[in-house]
Write a protein that binds this ligand. Structure first.
Ligand code: PLP
Length: 819
């Protein structure tokens, strides 16, 4: 089979629509939807999609990045860029899908389609691990399973592939048919049906029926009867069916699940015989996903001996990039998820987004890219490294070294991972960002380990994608043209400093705000160029504020006078922000001071009032809506008065997070987004629409069995009248786990079970009552995550999420994830 070649005019023909082509022979290889991630601009086709942002807004940016091919729904751009190819359609998402479906039709490739509420991505990745020796597999990258992700995944199919594994996820009715047309699976896997994502559906039944549409034309359907309750066997899809269950009759009937030292031993009946396998995991979700993979191997005709041999070697899937602190002030980005050029491009974008060090090193293994000659592949990689301004390449693998001449940056090559580790003591790594990216078989985990600082086993994991999603959520709520100031005070509510600011800068917020000058200076030193407002500018820091172009909040005449004194004479129009006290009674000008303030402002050429603002005291609470309205009204009057005096219009802003949600009238020119970014909004029911951004985890250090009547911890506060078992974990009040959590008030999750604290919280440790549970040293204990929420923790101890977050001390290591 040949690979189809698409010129822009063939694509126009496929989309059957109006075109304006400047160069109709341009060959298209890449479909892109984000102007920030571009591999080969001249062969890329940009789809201007309309979702939370209007993709047409990024055409200009794409043009600057040398992209010349566009699919648009707004014709007005065509005249603006006469040297570009434009395809005008009614619906650009539909066009992307049509193109992918046409591409799919070109190949008669065997494909597996996976859907379900949970486990899609893990099952897909594990099947890839299990089947890669027998097939040349194309699979969805990461969790690309949406109306956009599926077409982008399927577009990657080429003639060398012998199996496709694609996942499909839906959030509303009538979405699955489109995905089924694009994937056209012969083999279908339903992982499970849970409560997740039920919002877009009238009922669980409706959701199930929609999901099953993926499998309408399948030859083989793999499922558990537990998840298709209420559906007649004959109504299930698939000419052939293969079922698994641990509670009812099935083709693979699980009869025992026995944990053994971090692993799990499974026994089952298949074709009237008892068969077994060992999974190298012990948590519930992994066991279910493992069973699904087991069922799939058997259904595909593998013998039970072959299947168990392969399952035994499954390994953890991490699709996220991890950013950690490294040795000698380095930052380490760890990415061992996949070893192909598109994931390298994503990782390099992240490297540039987190630009805290000028020097950028990439440690790269040989990559495996089907259907490409090495010379073509490594030329592309060399171009990519040059384009992303990588300073040094450390290449690992014999083949890679042969192409040394292609790379323009500083290079070093090693035969294999062992050779690198042997020479490591003589290599220089300091003050640089290091991307570690290698194919699985190079075992780069060993390299990241020697590059990263030893982690005290309590970590705060921050999901940067979730934070971006929360930012977009608020973007969708504000009116067009309203700016966003992101609040990154107090280490971004505990989550980090430049890491978060870099992310926000990359995603183009308009302003940042910090509490103190120090925080702003730290951001400037790590390359943040966005304007930064300092809310409590101390006089002693004025010089530093000016030096680092920070913008002070002016809240009184005294501070205004002393700031003017500190400003060197030659400076004019220095940006400042006026704070009005409209009812908070914390900082700010009162109404009766405005006249005096006006006198001052009228004459001063030295400063420019960049913005005027006030803070709402109860924007999230309906009981105080009357007061909030008064605050807004009062602010408007004062702001008007000042604007007239100034003779120009500063940015006006009053709304914090819940102000954005509840007070459209308060959006004015800008909003100040704080806690919402981090996943909380008192104005939303159960934070609906926001994603959890942070997980705090620690580790069990020791497990002890106690006799009846023994006590636990200081002052004998933890009493065990009947004896039992305790686990000691590595977190205490010095880490921010407040003493108020002691004596059973606080709970942590171990292996999916909620367990209470016992006794008082110590400075560095906490004891948990694990009586009756199977827990061992080294197990993970989750302090908060999506299930055991910060809201719950705050409720348990009579405080608010803000305090729980900002209490987490700096000695707790932050690890950032980015997909
Ligand atoms: C912290 C702060 C905010 C953000 O408030 P959230 O409730 O976290 O959104 C906004 N404005 C000012 C002045 C603040 O100090």
């Amino acid at each position: 089979m040949q690979n189809p070649i698409y010129t822009i005019s063939t694509i126009a023909k496929i989309l059957q629509t109006d075109v304006k082509l400047a160069n109709d022979q341009t060959i298209i290889q890449f479909l892109i939807i984000d102007s920030r991630s571009v591999l080969a601009p001249e062969n890329s086709l940009f789809f201007a999609l309309i979702s939370h942002r209007n993709g047409h807004e990024f055409i200009e940016d794409a043009y600057h990045k040398q992209i010349r091919n566009f699919v648009v729904t707004e014709g007005k751009y065509i005249a603006l860029y006469p040297d570009c190819n434009f395809i005008l359609v009614d619906d650009s998402l539909r066009a992307l899908q049509t193109l992918a479906a046409t591409h799919r039709n070109h190949f008669n490739l065997k494909t597996v389609g996976i859907t379900g509420s949970n486990g899609k991505t893990i099952v897909k990745e594990w099947l890839y691990q299990l089947l890669a020796v027998d097939f040349n597999i194309i699979r969805s990258p990461k969790s690309y399973n949406s109306q956009i992700g599926v077409p982008l995944s399927v577009w990657q199919i080429n003639a060398d592939h012998t199996l496709g594994i694609f996942e499909a996820g839906i959030s509303a009715t009538n979405e699955m048919e489109t995905l089924a047309e694009i994937i056209q699976p012969q083999i279908g896997i339903l992982t499970n049906i849970g409560e997740a994502h039920a919002e877009g559906f009238a009922s669980k039944e409706e959701k199930l029926a929609e999901k099953l549409k993926l499998f309408a034309a399948c030859e083989l359907f793999i499922y558990s009867p537990n998840y298709v309750n209420g559906i007649d066997f004959s109504a299930l899809p698939g000419q052939r069916k293969f079922s698994w269950s641990s509670t009812q009759g099935a083709d693979l009937r699980i009869i025992a699940i026995e944990p053994v030292e971090g692993n799990c031993h499974l026994r089952a009946i298949h074709q009237d015989q008892e068969i077994t396998c060992l999974l190298p995991f012990k948590d519930k979700a992994s066991i279910e996903n493992g069973i699904i993979c087991w069922a799939t191997l058997l259904a595909l005709g593998y013998s039970s001996a072959q299947a168990s041999l392969r399952l035994d070697k499954l390994s953890h899937v991490s699709m996220r990039l991890e950013l950690k602190n490294g040795i000698n002030q380095c930052s380490i980005i760890d990415d061992s998820y996949s070893a192909d050029i598109s994931s390298l491009a994503i990782a390099l974008d992240f490297l540039n987004q987190q630009n805290q060090h000028a020097k950028k090193t990439v440690i790269l293994s040989e990559l495996f890219e089907t259907g490409k000659d090495d010379i073509v592949l490594y030329t592309e990689i060399a171009d990519l490294l040059a384009q992303k301004k990588v300073s040094r390449l450390i290449g690992i693998g014999i083949h890679l070294a042969q192409y040394a001449a292609l790379f323009k940056c500083e290079t070093q090559f090693f035969e294999d991972t062992d050779a690198f580790i042997r020479d490591f003591p003589g290599l220089q790594f300091s003050h640089e960002t290091i991307l570690v990216k290698g194919a699985r078989r190079f075992e780069f985990a060993r390299i990241s380990k020697i590059l990263t600082q030893k982690i005290h086993d309590t970590v705060l994991e921050i999901d940067l994608n979730a934070m971006v999603s929360n930012l977009q959520f608020y973007r969708s709520k504000i009116k067009p043209g309203v700016k966003i100031m992101a609040m990154v005070k107090a280490f971004s509510y505990g989550s980090g400093s430049f890491e978060i600011a870099n992310l926000l800068q990359f995603h183009k917020v308009d302003y940042l705000a910090v509490a103190y000058a120090d925080e702003g200076i730290a951001l400037r030193k790590s390359g943040i160029t966005l304007p930064i407002m300092v809310m409590s500018p101390e006089e002693s820091a004025f010089e530093a504020i000016i030096k680092h172009h920070l913008e002070p909040e002016i809240y009184s005449l005294e501070i205004l006078k002393s700031f003017l004194n500190a400003l060197p004479e030659e400076i004019t129009n220095y940006p400042v922000h006026l704070k009005i006290d409209s009812g908070m009674h914390r900082l700010g000008f009162d109404h009766d001071e405005i006249e005096k303030l006006s006198e001052f402002l009228k004459d001063s050429q030295q400063i420019k009032v960049q913005s005027i603002f006030s803070h709402l005291v109860a924007s999230g609470e309906a009981a105080h809506d009357g007061f909030t309205q008064q605050q807004i009204d009062k602010f408007k009057i004062i702001a008007n008065q000042l604007t007239i005096v100034l003779g120009y219009k500063p940015i006006l802003h009053v709304a914090n997070t819940s102000g954005i949600s509840r007070w459209p009238d308060g959006q004015m020119d800008m909003v100040r987004l704080g806690i919402g970014l981090y996943g909380f909004d008192a104005a939303l029911l159960n934070n609906r629409g926001l994603q959890t951004t942070m997980v705090l985890k620690t580790t069990v250090t020791q497990v002890k069995t106690l006799d009846a009547g023994e006590t636990v911890g200081y002052s004998r506060r933890g009493v065990m009248p009947n004896g039992g078992k305790i686990a000691t974990v590595k977190i205490g009040y010095a880490d921010g786990y407040n003493r108020a959590f002691g004596n059973g008030v606080g709970k942590m999750l171990i292996n999916g079970q909620l367990v209470p604290t016992i006794g008082s919280i110590c400075m560095d440790m906490t004891m948990l009552d694990i009586t009756g549970l199977d827990v061992s040293a080294g197990d993970e204990a989750i302090v908060f995550n999506k299930e055991q929420t910060i809201i719950q923790l705050a409720d348990d101890t009579n405080t608010i999420p803000y305090e729980i977050l900002t209490n987490i001390s700096q000695r707790v290591k932050r690890v950032y994830f980015y997909e």
